[in-house]
Design a protein around this ligand. Sequence first.
Ligand SMILES: [Zn+2]
Ligand SMILES: [Zn+2]
Length: 356
Amino acid sequence: MSHMTYNAHEYIGAIHIHSHYSDGTGSVEEIARAASELGLDYIILTDHNTLRAKDEGAEKFYDGTLLIVGYEINDKKNQNHYLALRVDKTLPTRLNASEYVQKIAEAGGFGFIAHPHEKRDSMKEHPPYPWTAWDCPNITGIEIWNHMSEWMENLTEQNKYEAFLHPLRTIESPAAETLQKWDELSLSHRVVGIGGVDAHAHKVNVMGIFEVEVFPYKVLFKSIRTHILTDLKFVITDKPEDIFQARSILLNSLESGNCFVANDYLYNSYGFRFYARVDTKFYSMGCSLPLQNGIRFFVEVPAGSITIKLIRNGKITAVSEQRSYVFECTEAGVYRIEVYYMNKPWIFSNHIHIEE
Ligand SMILES: [Zn+2]
Ligand SMILES: [Zn+2]
């Protein structure tokens, strides 16, 4: 059980990024610069099977943006991609998914299933890499929205020019299948949902017609973001101990699920809140508390023209169009919020667990 104050600090960032240390095209410096120009508070680099950026001292602030280094691991068939965070060394790719999920946890790290239901088939050189190891216990998190997967899945012969010119406009919604799986897994233990951009800035030949960069990091960083809420504020400095402290604050809150995912290209979601309150105690997203009298859920949304859906155990239990919404909670369950802006999927909160 945990509770936190309502006056949480909100840090906005992008997770799941590839640099030229694996199959991305940008340098760490270029990627960090793109993020800081957009005012992001943090970014998490996840190159395939390497922590080289970390080993070279790249974990630091770049004009106010903290760069954190994790990595993306896969099994020997290059399936079951998993984003490993708070780890100091990489694991061999001969392990199977259950083994690396376990070993990452044992090493004090945590992770997220990457692009769990990927189906893209528009480019032969980029086949889908869905998650298949669903029997794997101890999964700590899941990427509920992956920009790159969705973009490729939405690509058609008719929209390809539009899609390449405006890579943010074809992004619509997390996959229903993924949200359903996430709710299902959450019934037994906390599974944190994050948004991933899967940025590579690939050069791709489009159906034999033209070659383009798909797409600049700076464009991708405008859309699917993970907002982390914390009790603690960090300082932006060059001192290693302060950098370590900032990294810990963000990763601990992310691991605890004190975060939400939003398509900020649609509208800036800064200021969104979903929490439970009992008397003077506040319980943020990611928290658990026992069922008791007087639990109320509060939702605050930083825009009008919205629809709020309260989801309990995977089913919609209440809908509101008010920016500020209060709901009496009388049943145990796993609760989360979806917000639609002008009828478009916009904000996805993490769960609050009300225990029997
Ligand atoms: Zn992947
Ligand atoms: Zn990736």
